[in-house]
Design a protein around this ligand. Sequence first.
Ligand code: HEC
Ligand code: HEC
Ligand code: HEC
Ligand code: HEC
Ligand code: HEC
Ligand code: HEC
Ligand code: HEC
Length: 271
Amino acid sequence: MRKRTRRSGRRNNYHLLIAAGALVFSLAFFPRHAFGLVDERTPLQNRLALKGAEYVGSEDCEACHEKEAREFKLSTHSRISLPDQKGPSHGCEMCHGPGSLHVDAGGGRGVHIVNPKKDPSTCFNCHLDKKAEFRLPYHHPVLEGKMSCSDCHSAHGMEIRPWSSTTLDDTNEACLKCHEAQRGPFVWEHEAMREGCTICHKVHGSIHDKMLIVRDNNLCLRCHTQSNFQHVGKSYHEDRLIRGSCFSGGGVGEGCHTAVHGSNFHNRLTH
Ligand code: HEC
Ligand code: HEC
Ligand code: HEC
Ligand code: HEC
Ligand code: HEC
Ligand code: HEC
Ligand code: HEC
């Protein structure tokens, strides 16, 4: 008797396992059925708008979006995709999602197409690490919808990067259009600015306040270490350095050089 119960108990467990397996299986594949050919990784509201849409390839887009198509041919993302292929990693649709419904409807704003200016999720299909960066404690508010990748990156243009290797001016320009206060001109410039904002700042997000690369003396000592160290610049710094950060803080002796971007008042960038 005992034996039997145990056996049937085991059988029940077995059935339970199969049922659970089937549930997991169907859950995993549900979105594919529900949303037709739309890529599962497309954001939900877009998925609904794109329900039933298929990938048509870039040629269809070119007829109506001549300007974007022309620019895009020379871009980074054009180089990584095959012009005559369709699918989630090719041409316009890698960022705009499958376009058949948009095309059939004769196009239009908000008509069955993804605009990554409003929702960068399609970018994260390939650049997942960037999503993590925007989730760090200090970050540009892209996921919050207050700004977009295209504020700094030119998605269709030849250079998607906000600056090219040839001109560092573009570097800062991409940032200064919003951060006017750092533009200057300052009576006493900080030469570090010529290296670009990214010498000190992370651009997407950081674990450090003000999106700094590091938030202590090391930020400054990368450039200001000299052979007669303990001297920084023209003055002896040993007792000052141990007290805290060169540029911020509230303690006595901390935060001497608060005007890190340049100063109109003092050549030592103290205010
Ligand atoms: C028959 C013409 C036509 C075709 C084909 C077409 N579009 Fe459009 N599309 C439009 C029009 C018109 C607009 C509205 C533009 C405007 O108002 O400036 C538009 C808007 C867009 C927008 C902006 C949407 C928004 O909500 O801001 C995107 C992105 C877009 N199209 C991408 C594509 C892509 C990708 C393809 C190819 C799969 C494509 N279009 C094919 C006519 C077309
Ligand atoms: C690497 C991703 C990417 C690819 C590939 C891409 N786009 Fe875009 N597209 C964007 C982004 C980002 C925006 C939003 C730009 C903005 O307005 O700030 C955009 C905006 C648009 C718009 C709306 C412009 C407006 O006036 O609001 C159209 C139309 C468009 N793209 C068409 C195309 C076409 C056609 C192709 C292929 C030839 C293409 N895109 C390929 C990222 C991409
Ligand atoms: C289908 C995959 C895919 C999608 C979607 C995609 N990218 Fe990319 N992206 C790539 C690949 C691959 C590279 C590397 C190209 C190279 O190194 O030449 C790249 C390069 C870049 C670069 C330049 C990197 C460098 O070192 O110069 C930037 C910036 C970028 N992508 C931003 C975006 C943005 C913003 C979007 C969305 C609007 C987007 N990408 C959508 C695959 C993608
Ligand atoms: C505030 C401006 C800004 C915004 C907003 C921004 N980026 Fe960037 N991004 C940059 C800069 C500047 C670089 C170059 C960083 C460097 O060289 O140190 C860069 C580099 C990149 C790179 C290539 C370098 C790498 O680290 O692999 C990718 C890919 C990229 N960004 C994707 C994105 C995506 C996707 C978004 C939107 C979700 C986005 N960026 C939003 C400024 C920005
Ligand atoms: C489209 C406008 C825009 C562009 C372009 C832009 N930023 Fe920002 N930046 C913002 C906004 C918005 C915030 C968030 C401000 C807040 O939360 O109060 C911010 C925050 C910051 C902060 C933190 C400021 C603080 O008080 O905590 C730093 C540092 C910064 N950005 C540097 C940069 C750099 C470097 C670039 C160029 C790669 C850049 N920004 C490009 C809009 C922009
Ligand atoms: C030499 C390093 C360095 C460089 C280069 C640099 N920053 Fe900063 N930045 C800092 C430091 C340090 C802080 C934080 C100051 C604090 O917390 O008291 C800061 C703070 C900021 C803030 C927050 C507001 C403020 O003034 O505290 C913004 C915005 C900012 N930087 C933008 C930029 C931009 C844009 C560029 C390029 C044009 C740039 N920074 C270049 C070191 C630098
Ligand atoms: C990319 C390199 C670099 C970084 C990083 C850097 N600086 Fe500088 N800084 C320079 C250069 C170059 C000069 C001009 C030559 C000199 O005086 O050493 C300068 C000059 C100065 C001066 C004026 C010195 C004087 O006596 O006239 C001060 C103060 C200063 N930096 C403070 C800082 C602080 C604070 C930090 C950290 C937030 C910092 N620097 C980070 C490169 C850098």
